[in-house]
Design a binder for this molecule. Structure first.
Ligand SMILES: [Zn+2]
Length: 179
């Protein structure tokens, strides 16, 4: 592991604690679900956190990609130019947690989706409108071609992080959504 990769891995732990406690079943709506699930799976909590990433890399990527999460190999890569950009790191981390929850039990994603919708609709007036335009097939197809699956859960979680960080809505999502 290089020095930069060591720094990046530490940032992942820091961001996990600040922004993803709902997705690692430590607080919020999934906490109770997780406690129930623990009865049948043993150490479920362990399997959702950053420890589950097999490798963290700082390396160049193809095309114009600045970050990438390889769900199959569980490798998170950030380009050297972007390691000081939290929005890139948070975007790729969101991919990681969505995949992990989906793998454990897709219902966890759905439960969190409903909860995020409830919470965010109190803070974002035009949330329904934002979701509708995000869900346009053309948009999703276009984004999927650029890598990763940007589901509605993914989108809502990035809006949640935008609010927590004081970013303009769409910043962590990227792809020009904040424009
Ligand atoms: Zn993405």
């Amino acid at each position: 592991m290089t020095d930069q990769e060591f720094i990046l891995r530490n940032k992942l732990y820091e961001y996990e604690d600040q922004y993803f406690r709902d997705m690692i079943l430590q607080e919020g709506v999934l906490k109770d679900t997780a406690e129930f699930a623990l009865e049948w799976s043993g150490d479920l909590c362990y399997h959702v956190g950053i420890d589950c990433i097999s490798d963290v890399k700082v390396a160049a990527l193809e095309d114009t990609f600045v970050g990438q999460y390889d769900a199959e190999k569980r490798i998170l890569t950030i380009t050297p130019d972007s390691i000081n950009d939290p929005t890139v790191i948070l975007h790729e981390m969101t991919h990681f947690y969505c995949h992990q929850l989906e793998k454990i039990n897709p219902s966890l994603n759905e439960i969190l989706l409903l909860d995020l919708y409830k919470r965010l609709s109190k803070e974002i007036d035009n949330l329904d409108e934002l979701i509708a335009s995000h869900a346009e097939l053309y948009t999703l197809e276009k984004l999927e071609m650029r890598g990763g699956l940007h589901t509605v859960l993914f989108y809502l979680k990035t809006l949640d992080i935008d609010l927590k960080c004081g970013y303009k809505l769409g910043t962590v999502f990227g792809y020009g959504y904040a424009d």
